[in-house]
Design a protein around this ligand. Sequence first.
Ligand code: SAH
Ligand code: SF4
Length: 389
Amino acid sequence: MSASNHASAFVPPATDADGRKNLVGLSREELEAEMLAVGLEKFRARQLWHWIYHRGSTDFAEMTTLAKPVREKLADLYIVARPTVVKDLKSADGTRKWLLRMPDGQEVESVHIPEEDRGTLCVSSQVGCTLTCRFCHTGTQRLVRNLDSAEIVAQVMLARDMLGEWPAPPDGRMLSNIVMMGMGEPLFNYDNVAKALKIVMDGDGISISKRRITLSTSGVVPMMERCGEELNVNLAVSLHAVTDELRDIIMPINRKYPLRDLMEACRNYPGLSNARRITFEYVMLKGINDTPADARALVKLLEGIPAKINLIPFNEWPGAPYERSTARAIQVFGDIVNNAGYASPVRTPRGEDIMAACGQLKSASLRLTAAERAAIANVIAEKDAALAS
Ligand code: SAH
Ligand code: SF4
C-alpha cells in the first residue's frame, strides 16, 4: 500500500502569483542545484540555509552576508514562504493550536504543548487521514491530501515564529521536541515526511536531534524498517487493542497488517535497545479495551520488545462513538502494566478546551447534523472499501 492509492494526487503550487518559487522544503542538494541553475555559486546554498533555517529569515533583503545584487536576484526568483495562520488558539493549560492554510486553501493543524523541561510540537503529515480509526476525529475528514516537505517543515518554522525562537537556540526551550502525531498517517506520506525531518534535524539549521523526534504510526508495517534505518527517530505505535478481532474494528488498517506482522516489525525496528524503546500508545475506551484481562494480554503481546506504554484517556469529539474509561479502570490497567515492568504513564489530556488533544484534530469546524453524520458514515464506508482493495 502506498500513499498514492489513498490520498488524492497532489501537486502543490510550486510558485507564487508572481511565478517565484518557494525555497523552503528543498533538500541541501536541491538548493545547491537551484543556485547553479540560475547562475549563482553553489556556496550560496549554504548561506541561504543558515538564513532560512537558523535565523528564520523570510526576507532576502535581511540576508546581509549575501552581496546586494545576489539578494535582489534571489528576491526576483524566489520566496521563503510560510502558511497563513487562520486561527491561533490558546488553552487554559498553555497548549496552543494553530490552524494553518496552505496556498491551495487546504488547512491543517499543529499543536504546541509546553511542559516544564521541554516544549513539544505536534506536527501534521496529511490534510485529514485516509484511515478511519473509529475513535479518531481526523479519520472522519473527507478531504485528504499529502502535505509536501515544505508544508511539513513550515509547521516547525511557523511555531518558531510564533514562539519568538529565532535564531534557533542551541537547546530549544519552548520548541525542543517534535512528534509526528498530528493529522494524517506519516508512513503513508513517507517521502515528504523523511525529507522534512532531514531538514529539521540538520545541525546547521533548525537542529532538532533525532532523539527528540518521535514518529507515530497506526502500523504501516512495510514502511517501518525503512523509517528506522533512514531517519532513526523514535517510533510510537498506535496499538489500542490486543486482539485482531477488536483491532480490525477500531483500526481498519489491522485488516491489512494484523497484530502478528505489526509485532514482528516492532521487534525488528532498527536500533532498538533498553535505552531506545518503542512507545506503544493505547487509548482507553470504556468497556471496549480497558479490562484487567486486556492489560495482561497487552503485557504478553509485548514480551521481548523494549517498550514503553502510553495510556491515553480517550478524548471526546462531537459524534464520537466511544467514551473515556473511568479513572479507576485506567489506574487498574496501568498498575498491571507497571507491575509487569513497563513504564506506563497516563497521558494527561492537553488542550481539550481548544480541541487540541490527541485525536481531536480536524480542520473543518463541526456541529454535526443528522445528514452530516450520515455523510461521515459514508466516508468511512468508502475509505474501508479502498483499504480492502
Ligand atoms: N496517524 C498516526 C499519527 C496520529 S498520532 C497514528 O495513528 O499513530 C495521534 C495519536 O492519538 C494516535 O495514537 C491515535 O491513535 C491517538 N488518538 C486518536 N484519536 C484519539 C482520541 N479521540 N483520544 C485519544 N487518543 C486518540
Ligand atoms: Fe489516521 Fe492516526 Fe487518526 Fe487513525 S488515529 S485515523 S491513522 S490520524
